[in-house]
Design a protein around this ligand. Structure first.
Ligand code: FES
Ligand code: FE2
Length: 382
């Protein structure tokens, strides 16, 4: 497929067949999943305008702690200042645009590796070598270009849109809801990460996450772990919740939950690409981040937060189940969907929804597609 820019009218054309009412609506067309131009548009309209997960706040706990990272082609750095403030900047020197920091670590000052301009942790330029030789140069007039950063549920998020409302405000009742299901959230620490490179468009990964219509077919063990009769999906503004009670079977085939302190399954998706998961077992939270690499490749990280940084035997069992069973099942699915969407045999599909908002209903996917359309083709104001 040739990399080709899509026009605003191409983006508006994605709305054809979409209806605000899920039971009447068609899904996003296949071209939005298989043509690279649409990902370019999504980078600008979605990933550079929404709150993006960076890491747990414990990673940047001390003054001078920093983490450099890429956000869809934009080099950024998050750093804790001497004053304790968390800040984020474009990781770009104001002299000739060399990147400043790489990886993670702790610094007292930010020194550019190219010509050694020195910045304070609040972004202010401190020293520019030989600048006293030139005219009209005021060191104090230079400051790294800052980016919005926010701690939310102990996680750090950044947003490249300077006008974006705070995540805590945009996300309405999400923080309260998560805390009500995870009262031990503040005790949790990073314990493990699994990573995947998936041959599929990022939206297929999210689509698949947002419905459990496929669960009884694809995830037999999962349907023992939770009681599918109690599974419900609710959509709110920029997130959705997916809740279910523990399965009734004494011994499920997913992993042991004997004596588990957490019985229920509570999962949230947050626009556009982050999922928070609380599974049956011991105190836990998982953060799933879905990152497009290109239009047909997605990088996924699965961070496990437990009360201890060393997982227990039963926690390893749960991690193994997620990694070796659940994730494999879902990855096979979305890679097959990508191959299917790349044929002329498929353009759009319908949403199998029910009025009860059950776990088998696909209204969560319809909600996501509506948000994608509103980002790519903003509705006229007024
Ligand atoms: S590019 Fe950073 S000091 Fe020259
Ligand atoms: Fe699945």
């Amino acid at each position: 497929v040739q990399a080709q820019n899509v026009s605003q009218s191409d983006l508006a054309g994605l709305r054809t067949g979409f209806d605000q009412k899920a039971s009447r609506s068609w899904s996003l067309p296949a071209r939005a999943y298989v043509e690279p131009g649409y990902l370019e548009a999504e980078r600008k309209a979605i990933f550079h305008k929404s709150w993006q997960y960076v890491c747990h706040k414990e990673k940047l706990a001390k003054p001078g702690d920093y983490l450099a990272f890429d956000l869809q082609g934009q080099s950024l750095v998050a750093v804790r200042g001497k004053d304790g403030e968390l800040r984020a900047f474009y990781n770009v020197c104001l002299h000739r645009a060399h990147e400043l920091l790489s990886g993670e670590g702790n610094v007292r000052m930010i020194t550019c590796p190219y010509h050694a301009w020195v910045y304070q942790l609040d972004g202010a330029l401190r020293v520019a070598r030989r600048s006293d030789q030139i005219e009209n140069f005021e060191t104090s007039e230079y400051c790294l270009k800052s980016v919005q950063i926010e701690e939310f549920l102990n996680l750090i998020f950044v947003n490249l849109d300077p006008d974006a409302a705070p995540l805590a405000e945009q996300s309405g009742g999400l923080a309260d809801d998560v805390r009500s299901w995870a009262p031990d959230l503040d005790q949790l620490t990073h314990a493990h990460r699994i990573e995947y490179t998936i041959k599929s468009n990022w939206k297929s990964v999210v689509d698949n996450f947002l419905e459990c219509y496929h669960c009884p077919i694809a995830h037999k063990d999962f349907c023992d772990l939770v009681d599918m009769d109690t599974y419900s999906v609710e959509t709110f503004g920029i997130y959705s919740s997916h809740l279910a009670q523990a399965g009734k079977k004494a011994d499920n085939t997913a992993y042991g939950t004997d004596g588990a302190s957490v019985q229920d399954h509570a999962v949230w998706w947050l626009w556009p690409n982050v999922c928070l998961l609380r599974y049956p077992g011991t105190g836990n939270m998982m953060v799933l981040n879905v990152v497009p690499i290109d239009h047909e490749t997605t990088y996924e990280t699965y961070d496990f937060y437990f009360t201890d940084s060393e997982p227990t035997e039963s926690q390893w069992e749960a991690i193994k189940y997620v990694d070796e069973v659940l994730q494999r099942e879902d990855i096979d699915i979305v890679e097959s969907v990508q191959r299917g969407m790349s044929t002329p045999a498929f353009d759009r599909g319908r949403f199998m929804v029910d009025p009860d908002g059950s776990g088998l209903s696909e209204h969560g996917v319809h909600h996501f597609h509506g948000l994608v359309l509103d980002a790519l083709d903003p509705p006229a104001k007024g």
